[in-house]
Design a protein around this ligand. Structure first.
Ligand code: FAD
Length: 376
């Protein structure tokens, strides 16, 4: 008998697991999604490091139209006045078929959706209750329907309402004390930067990241600014009171449509009360965005779950949890350290930071241990 898997949430994590399950005929699966449709128009960018490209290539990502993705080879560090501090060669992490990649999130979602059958995703579904039934999990949905499965994999994102329902406890993500402002801009607007590379501009309590998302060189801009409260203010006002005070020329980057949202992270990873329930992606742990690993870790966690449930392992939940927590701790520490380093305000500390950065980016063993471990 085939093992039946229910996946909750059709984000990057849920769709990746669906694609992996398609490669093993011992499984049947359904993805249950709260929304009516998948948003395929959203044009913001995403960076994927080689660790997740390795997984995606197993499901045909290397065949994705080459014009729809980009392989930046360098990360350039700048001060807020566009003075270049140093650069990091990203190619040292690349393998022959796995390369650091940037693309539009919607391109990735489209690719992940393409191979799934039309009935693999059921929309407008939310879990109401679960019950253990011998070795199985019985899921009741809010619309009155049911499903009985061997594994329930929860990937409903940072707010994971399903986790709160299952564990009978309210899990509230923590406001990280910062907001993200995103835009898509034209290559002409970044004449002070090298548009072939990823640019990281560091200011007081803020940083900006810009990179091309395809061969057409459409540029993604994300700006992270510290902000005490998560109550939304006018984006224009926030920019005027922060980075534009330091460099008014940055206004050129914020001419197009802007979107902003508060950044939340998880309080901590949770092992379910039910041994055949696993949390994946942001529902397992939501990272600060300063190592650009959220999506890559969603993909990695999907792959770990797939390998474990394919292996007839008796101890799936414990093994998955142990490995994921170890990985999460390392990435979380580095994301927080980057956040501190990118936002230094003290002028003397900035001089030291820049001196250190110049040395560290050329120190192969440091780079291999700081980033290579994450990207492997
Ligand atoms: C500013 C910013 C920049 C980022 N940049 C990068 C980057 O460059 N590289 C990178 O790797 N990561 C990046 N990330 C992180 C990355 O976007 C996320 O970590 C990743 O999308 C998480 O995927 P997921 O599938 O776990 O969750 P999500 O993408 O949030 O998907 C969850 C899905 O579950 C559905 N859902 C929600 N609730 C329910 C429910 N109750 N029942 C059913 N379905 C439900 C949602 O509708 C959604 O479809 C960034 C994040 C931020 C905030």
């Amino acid at each position: 008998m085939k093992k039946r898997i229910a996946i909750i949430g059709s984000g990057i994590a849920g769709l990746t697991l669906g694609n992996l399950l398609l490669t093993n005929s011992e499984f049947e699966f359904v993805i249950y999604e709260k929304n009516n449709i998948l948003d395929l128009n959203e044009g913001f960018g995403i960076q994927l490091s080689v660790n997740s490209i390795y997984v995606l290539n197993k499901i045909g990502f290397s065949q994705l139209n080459a014009n729809e993705k980009y392989h930046p080879t360098q990360l350039d560090f700048y001060s807020i006045n566009f003075d270049k501090i140093c650069d990091l060669n990203l190619e040292i992490f690349n393998l022959e078929n796995e390369k650091y990649t940037t693309l539009k999130r919607s391109t990735l979602i489209k690719f992940l959706k393409e191979k799934l059958l039309s009935n693999s995703i059921i929309f407008r579904k939310q879990v109401n209750k679960v019950e253990k039934n011998n070795e199985k999990i019985n899921i009741s949905f809010t619309d009155g329907s049911n499903d009985e499965v061997d594994f329930l994999i929860v990937s409903d994102g940072v707010f994971s309402n399903t986790k709160s329902i299952l564990e009978k406890k309210f899990f509230k993500p923590k406001y990280y004390g910062a907001i993200a402002i995103r835009s898509q801009i034209k290559v002409e607007d970044i004449s002070n930067l090298n548009s072939n590379n990823i640019s990281l501009i560091m200011g007081d309590n803020a940083h900006l990241v810009l990179y091309p998302v395809n061969k057409k060189k459409e540029i993604n801009l994300v700006c992270i600014i510290r902000k005490k409260s998560d109550v939304s203010d006018s984006i224009k006002k926030i920019l005027e009171n922060t980075i534009l005070k330091e460099n008014k020329n940055l206004a050129n980057l914020f001419k197009e449509e802007l979107k902003s949202w508060p950044i939340y992270t998880s309080s901590g990873p949770v092992k379910s009360f039910y041994k055949n329930v696993l949390y994946m992606g942001d529902a397992f742990y939501t990272f600060p965005p300063t190592l650009a690993q959220g999506a890559s870790q969603s993909i990695e966690s999907a792959s770990e779950i797939f390998e474990l449930i394919s292996s007839d392992n008796e101890n799936i939940q414990n093994e998955y949890f142990k490995k994921r927590v170890e990985r999460t701790n390392v990435i979380n520490k580095r994301s927080k350290f980057n956040y501190f380093g990118f936002h230094i305000t003290n002028p003397i500390l900035k001089i030291f930071r820049n001196l250190f950065l110049k040395r560290l980016v050329k120190n192969k063993s440091f780079i291999q241990s700081y980033l290579g471990k994450i990207y492997k």
